[in-house]
Design a protein around this ligand. Structure first.
Ligand code: ZN
Length: 72
């Protein structure tokens, strides 16, 4: 149950399953995969990171676009 590490990015603890240990100038530090992907992965990763909150918005936008297309 104590298999967590301090994430210097979020400044909180996560399960190590969801984290990577990376080398920095000051030594090895833990950082969660989500924050790593969101930062270095560019657009796709950032989309994935925010997907939980934007899914509903996207679906709504899509259905609106479809409506507009149908009308034309
Ligand atoms: Zn984190």
């Amino acid at each position: 149950m104590s298999d967590t590490a301090y994430c210097y990015h979020c400044q909180r603890h996560h399960p190590k399953d969801e984290m990577r240990q990376i080398e920095t100038k000051t030594g090895k530090r833990w950082r969660c995969v989500k924050s790593i992907e969101a930062t270095k992965g560019g657009r796709n990763a950032r989309e994935a990171f925010g997907r939980q909150t934007t899914d509903a918005n996207k679906a709504e936008a899509k259905s609106k676009a479809r409506l507009v297309n149908a009308e034309r």
